[in-house]
Design a protein around this ligand. Sequence first.
Ligand code: 0RQ
Length: 503
Amino acid sequence: MTDRIRHPHFRSKLMPADQAAAQIMPGMTVGMSGFTGAGYPKEVPAALASRMEQAHARGSDFKLRLLTGASTAPELDGELAKAGGIDFRLPYQSDPELRARINQGKIEYMDIHLGQVAQYAWFGFLGKIDMAVIEVSAVLDDGRLIPSTSVGNNKTWLDLADKVIVEVNAEQPDGLDGMHDIYYGTALPPHRKPIPLVKPGDRIGEPYLRLDPSKIMGVVETRAPDRLGRFAPTDETSRRIAGHLVEFFRHEIRQGRLGEHLLPLQSGVGNIANAVLLGLRDGGFEGLTAFTEVIQDGMLDLIRTNTILAASATALSLSPEGIQQFVGNLEHYRRRIVLRPQEISNHAELIRRLGCIAINGMVEADIYGNINSTHVAGTSIINGIGGSGDFARSGFLSCFVTPSTAKDGAISCITPMVSHTDHTEHDVSIIVTEQGLADLRGLSPKQRARLIIDNCAHPSYRPLLQDYFLRACHQSGGKHTPHVLSEALAWHQRYLTRGRMVV
Ligand code: 0RQ
């Protein structure tokens, strides 16, 4: 036993993972920890998956409703999906096995704003939560829990679930103690009060999670590390995207709309968002802050170089090199990073108060500025909306970034009409591709269309979009947002049937 379990009641509940997993029954709604590959339980899901497989081999059904913070890892989402054990999943996911089964129609997936999951559960909209399975990095001698590399929805699952299994992961850095800020002041309407946070680095709660000891059904030890992905190396396309944004921020400072330290940054997941942050480091900015949900390598680097002085998030989603950098300089990072529940890291009230600059990746934008962040050709999910909507709607600026083409040029990421809408034209202020930047603030739909086509579309698609827009303006009955409806999704259809949007 490690010295991470310092409370006698927790020690008395120590058991092997299969014994803990045996308490999870078919049909249960289970809330698990995990946010963008960080802080998910490692042992219990594997044991659960083999129970499911055995049940299925006997001809009995064994499926769960699975709720998490955001994406987890192959050991959780992947294993349970492969075992045929997920009936319903919420919210953000990114595991290939799970994604495939969602797109085959075998798993029901509900994709909601990450900042709203906790209140959704508290409102009772998700029904009763039977079990929580939560990874922590230690149990204190008074029974409070030191969270691990993500906080996510853990507070909510611990509070709402009837029963709890705790996984104590001795591999998580000791120095995480003190980095978290768990706010216990949320209430349900009509009793809500303002959340007393006015700067990204403010601490408004306590460093530990609370747990009613009578709920503990099992404690499992592990030393398995988070499964950490790597980011694509920064290429010329992402450097150019970052360059356009940096130039835009400088312009805003000159215009007096932003101060030299900008406003708190939010940066989304993915390779491009990561590369944009590296661009900010090289752009000579300093004294920045971040109010975001995930700290990826790019942001860690900005904190390392003191470009960012204070960062608030709900998870650390680092590559193996990133985690080494983090562990090697924990004291430096501990003074600058606060990890919070996702209902606070992504809270609309706070995002609006702080005036966040939201920078998120996207799949495609249409000529009017509607954004698809989640679907290929309107029907197949990639990951999910994540927190992009929390920040896009409430932020000071809402920037969406993408290369102008995908799949070696077969797809234009600027299309006549998006095949799925995650962020409407009303929530989008800036679109950036390697071709350039379109500043949509204060423009009508037709004004936006000209700018997006001219500044952001790839030259091989630009004339086709100009032609579409001109014909739409001419033919469309309504002249406010002109479309040729019979053609609006023809590019996607051609991609599906012929492998290219334009042949
Ligand atoms: O697929 O690897 O199979 O080729 O999408 O694309 O260009 O590597 O971009 O890693 O930055 O991810 C929108 C997915 C972008 C991400 C998305 C294909 C492309 C590639 C990835 P391949 P890139 P990124 C806070 C914010 C939603 C959640 C969010 C995302 C793959 O940013 O999930 O913002 N965002 N959360 O080829 C078909 C197109 C395509 C396309 C790209 N137009 N059509 N495929 N791809 N454009 C964080 C959290 O919420 C946790």
